[in-house]
Ligand binder design. Sequence first.
Ligand SMILES: CC(C)(COP(=O)(O)OP(=O)(O)OC[C@H]1O[C@@H](n2cnc3c(N)ncnc32)[C@H](O)[C@@H]1OP(=O)(O)O)[C@@H](O)C(=O)NCCC(=O)NCCS
Length: 168
Amino acid sequence: MKFRVRKMTTDDLEQVIAIDRASFSLPWPERSFRFELTDNPAARCWVAEGEDGAVIGMLVLWLIVDEAHIATIATKPEYRRQGVAQELLVSALIFARDEGAKTAFLEVRENNVAAQSMYRKYGFVETGRRPHYYKDNDEDAILMTLTSLQGAFFATKQSPPSWGNASG
Ligand SMILES: CC(C)(COP(=O)(O)OP(=O)(O)OC[C@H]1O[C@@H](n2cnc3c(N)ncnc32)[C@H](O)[C@@H]1OP(=O)(O)O)[C@@H](O)C(=O)NCCC(=O)NCCS
């Protein structure tokens, strides 16, 4: 399957919100995505776009000084297990690294094995836990950290050429 990662625009919001609602038990309200996209100077918002132009994945990252924080990431259910989320993750982290990020952080539900596997694959390790963090089922949040965006895997990665065509 062919797809490309590009910056999110306001035209993508409807599809991004649909993916969010299909993916999370506590989805973000529309105004949160709109805020991240248009008003939050720390936010970097990305989508994966299929060949037909449809949005099939999304990621929001916060860049705060030299720290990148993955705020949310999801793939449209029927496009999962085809490398969409990892392409979004790696692309966004490379972009953050090139903007000066040195480390990356995220929170993930204790029982979200799929996401934890992906993060481990790219070097994130568990560095903490927030007990009862998720209010819908009292689930713990696992804190995961990628200690060096300059090191190992990411050191050899360049921003993809398609980056130049990214809009927004
Ligand atoms: C987690 C999620 C984003 C993964 O998206 P995806 O596009 O299917 O992921 P990819 O195909 O890029 O897979 C990348 C890696 O993630 C891991 N992974 C993905 N789905 C997995 C699953 N169901 N079981 C185990 N590992 C899985 C694997 O390590 C995989 O690498 P591999 O293909 O070499 O085995 C997707 O399942 C999703 O949207 N879930 C709901 C939202 C969510 O939980 N987001 C994370 C919040 S912290």
